[in-house]
Design a protein around this ligand. Structure first.
Ligand code: SAM
Length: 271
């Protein structure tokens, strides 16, 4: 399916969903990089799932698993109805077994545990567009990284979002009582802190791109497998493989990625 058709379908879907301009970046990334196994955290009515699944359809291969919570029910239309109408259901699995996608990720880690205690990564691309809260999304990115294959990309939405500015008209945001948050928790952008403090500091990532202050991309180094049993967040700390010198090597690569964000941005979409 062409991007324009996907955009026409998503235009009919009530919010929340990403705008078509970002849908196009998603679509082009999937077309260019051809990831096979995709994971989305935060389905809502399936808008971004349409962009992802339509690109997979155009590739002629690949599958998306999209996860949401048992706590909220998106209707009129449901995401299943949206994907069915778009003719893309065969590319998508919906998961709504748990109250939070962090528990889904915990179950995935259990599923992917090797006998030697390491985790077998299974996704080529992971898109996080959910709670926008440090406590939920902080643990989410730590577990997401374990499930991401070397060479795969993580994408975080809402880097600039904060409670004070973007949830000013509601006492609760996904069951977080805003009045009970500290002033810093209300004013700081949680996803941006997650990107800077948990992702950029993790040496398994070697490229970073921030678009419009809102989308944060991070690539897991294609060589990260070598680090898998000794990396900071990627495996057993006791293993000898990937000691201090290889950590330093990856940290150097990460810094080089940060210095050249435009080249890295071009690699994302081919533009
Ligand atoms: C902004 S919407 C997602 C929009 C969607 N990605 C799109 O562009 O069409 C955020 C979604 O995250 C879900 N969500 C929020 N916190 C969650 C959690 N802890 N676990 C699972 N889903 C969560 C909400 O139910 C909602 O569907």
């Amino acid at each position: 399916m062409e991007f324009e058709e996907a955009a026409r379908i998503v235009e009919e879907v009530p919010p929340p969903h990403i705008p078509a301009s970002r849908g196009q970046l998603l679509y082009e990334h999937i077309r260019k990089n051809r990831p096979e196994n995709l994971l989305e955290l935060g389905t809502a009515r399936g808008g971004s799932a349409v962009f992802l699944a339509s690109a997979l359809e155009a590739n002629g291969t690949g599958h998306l698993t999209t996860v949401d919570s048992t706590r909220w029910h998106w209707k009129d239309p449901t995401p299943q109805e949206v994907l069915e109408k778009a003719g893309l259901s065969h590319r998508v699995t919906f998961d709504k077994h748990f109250s939070t996608y962090t528990w889904f990720l915990k179950a995935e880690i259990e599923k992917c545990l090797n006998d030697d205690g390491s985790v077998r990564p299974e996704y080529d691309f992971i898109f996080l567009d959910g709670a926008k809260n440090w406590s939920t999304d902080g643990i989410a990115v730590v577990t997401m990284e374990k499930l991401l294959k070397p060479g795969g990309w993580l994408l975080l939405d809402d880097l600039g979002w904060n409670y004070e500015k973007h949830a000013a008209d509601t006492p609760f945001h996904y069951e977080i009582e805003i009045a009970k948050l500290s002033p810093e928790e209300r004013s700081e952008p949680h996803l941006r802190r997650i990107f800077d403090l948990l992702i950029r500091t993790n040496p398994v990532f070697d490229q970073f791109v921030i678009q419009d202050g809102w989308w944060g991309w991070a690539r897991k180094s294609p060589d990260a497998g070598q680090l898998a049993s000794g990396g900071v967040l990627s495996g057993r700390a006791t293993d000898k493989v990937g000691g201090a010198s290889s950590l330093r090597r990856y940290a150097g690569k990460a810094r080089r990625g940060l210095r050249d964000p435009r080249r890295a941005a071009a690699r994302l979409t081919g533009r």
